[in-house]
Design a protein around this ligand. Structure first.
Ligand code: ADP
Length: 538
């Protein structure tokens, strides 16, 4: 039987068209750098995203060309999410937390042709502009000042379009967006998303048994739009016409809480670092902020402490933990209580919510131990491998390697976990030698190499240590050369020349020797065990 359904490609431009036709009156609110609120509607967003698509096409954008963004979360970034892809381009969100050198490397590696940048981020761009050959730099004038010569004003650029735009033909497997993520060794690696992957991810993400996103929600994405597509929620929001509230550069609870209150936010998402202090602030000021009844927080990017889930439950706010990676679009598993667990008492439910959760439809997970696949018994641990239509099958411009993919094509995540009888994953360790601080990666290897470049240092190992605010912070374990006397302040200052500030370790341990494996590598498991209880200053 050959004749079945229509072969309509899954295409994100359909979400844009749908948003414009069906949800024109819905609001989009953005906090600007000066803290004022910018308001417009989906009708404006639709019109401007299409103008951007047309203007880019007139400027010579060819299908598959990369358009980089260096932007905070706000309406114009949302426009690029759809305007670039509607033109057949690939939206490449640059991570503004990285060092200028890394950003330049990533932009060059991706072959970015155009850059759209917030005016408030021009000082960052200046630090690497000479290293990247952007054909055009288009500046979003958030603070209303004129744009300097040699760059385009975003508003004027939109003005070059006439409103006469036709979507180019697209295959559902065509690329639409890309993001880079840290590699354990070597430089950052690019993940390329397809229309198909993001449409399917949106559909599943919105399901009631997944995040449960509805057109009735008011959604505030704290997770940056430069990190794993803000977990894909901008696409899902446009699909459903969700009222969006973008926080701009203001991510402190002092700024977020009034916004959650005034815009009647029902759903927000971000890493634990954002939510931990907020719970304390709400509890310490009862009644100060009138948050929406039924407010939900989707939290991931790092393990969500059970204590945090309990603290929010006390405040009548639901915390939903998700797990995933840039490589997995990113949502792959979610810890929502299932029907089979409905008999559990409150304590047992909190334990379940503190796990990384069970796979979403269309995603397969397995744990691989020394003897092959581990049983789903909640005890045996193995490296988690994943497979599915929104899991990357390779990295941009890098040959597929055994380090990243299994022989049968599953993605090796570098996370070590058990899986229970119901498919719930619990992460216990990581094979990848990286530190995740406040949701962003720090390379242990880069820090070690830099510290070992100091003339007084014999050797150094950098490990991740649990931290109450940042989830993890780096700790440098250092062996000095005989007779040398160097304090941590000097090492910190030395590293400050090579790394952005937040990547420089706050914690240092000077030791006689570093334990090694039989093959001579640093035995990091032993070090992590030794320093697990590190006492952080308040
Ligand atoms: P994201 O921050 O969007 O999850 P990244 O690619 O930066 O994407 O990081 C992915 C990694 O973050 C995972 O492989 C895992 O190590 C860690 N991670 C993500 N979510 C969780 C979670 N809920 N619990 C523990 N670790 C997590």
């Amino acid at each position: 039987m050959k004749s079945t359904m229509m072969r309509t490609p899954l295409n994100l431009s359909h979400f844009l068209e749908r948003a414009g036709r069906l949800f024109g009156g819905q609001e989009i609110v953005s906090r600007m750098p000066d803290k004022s609120l910018h308001r417009y509607t989906y009708a404006d967003f639709y019109r401007r995203a299409r103008l951007l698509a047309e203007a880019l096409t007139r400027a010579g954008l060819q299908p598959g060309d990369r358009v980089a963004t260096l932007m905070w979360n706000h309406y114009a970034h949302f426009e690029t999410y759809f305007g670039v892809i509607a033109a057949g381009g690939v939206l490449h969100t640059l991570n503004l937390r990285l060092s200028p050198q890394d950003i330049a490397y990533i932009a060059n590696h991706a072959g970015d042709r155009f850059l759209i940048v917030d005016d408030v981020l021009l000082p960052l761009l200046e630090q690497f502009r000479d290293e990247v050959d952007f054909e055009r730099v288009i500046v979003v004038p958030l603070n209303g000042k004129p744009v300097a010569d040699g760059m385009d004003d975003y508003e004027a650029f939109l003005g070059t379009a006439t409103g006469d735009f036709d979507y180019p033909e697209m295959d559902e497997n065509d690329p639409c967006a890309m993001c880079y993520t840290s590699g354990t060794t070597g430089r950052p690696k690019g993940v390329v998303y397809s229309h198909r992957s993001q449409v399917l991810h949106s559909l599943v993400q919105a399901m009631p048994d997944a995040i449960g996103i509805s057109g009735h929600d008011v959604l505030l994405p704290v997770v940056p739009m430069f990190h794993a597509n803000a977990w894909g929620v901008p696409y899902t929001a446009a699909m459903l016409g969700v009222k969006m509230v973008f926080p701009g550069p203001h991510l402190h609870p002092d700024d977020l809480l009034p916004l959650l209150e005034s815009e009647k936010v029902t759903l927000s998402c971000g890493v634990p670092t954002i939510w931990l202090p907020m719970a304390q602030m709400i509890a310490a000021n009862p009644g100060k902020w009138k948050l929406q009844k039924g407010l939900r927080l989707t939290v991931g990017g790092a393990a969500v402490p059970e204590s945090m889930i309990r603290a929010y439950a006390q405040l009548d706010i639901e915390v939903l933990q998700g797990w995933g990676m840039t490589e997995t679009s990113p949502l792959a598993t979610l810890s929502r209580i299932t029907a089979q667990q409905r008999h559990l008492d409150a304590d047992a439910r909190f334990k379940v919510q503190a796990m990384q959760g069970y796979p979403l439809p269309l995603v397969d997970v397995r744990g691989i131990g020394d003897e092959g696949e581990v049983p789903w018994d909640g005890k045996s641990v193995g490296e988690i491998q994943v497979h599915g239509p929104w899991i990357t099958g390779n990295y941009h411009g890098v040959p597929v390697s055994e380090e990243s993919f299994s022989a049968d094509g599953w993605l090796r995540t570098g996370d070590v976990a058990s899986i229970d009888e119901l498919g719930f994953m619990k992460i216990s360790d990581r094979t990848k030698d990286l530190i995740k601080s406040g949701g962003e990666w720090i390379s242990s290897v880069d820090l070690e190499n830099a510290i070992m470049g100091h003339p007084s240092v014999q050797e150094a190992a950098v490990i991740a240590v649990p931290h109450p605010k940042w989830s993890e912070r780096p700790l440098a374990v250092i062996v000095l050369k005989a007779g040398q006397k160097v304090g941590e302040d000097e090492i910190r200052e030395y590293l400050g020349k090579h790394f952005v500030k937040w990547m420089v370790p706050d914690a240092y341990a000077f030791v006689e020797s570093i334990p090694r494996t039989s093959t001579g590598k640093f035995l990091k498991t032993a070090l992590r065990e030794q320093f697990r209880e590190w006492k952080w200053d308040d």
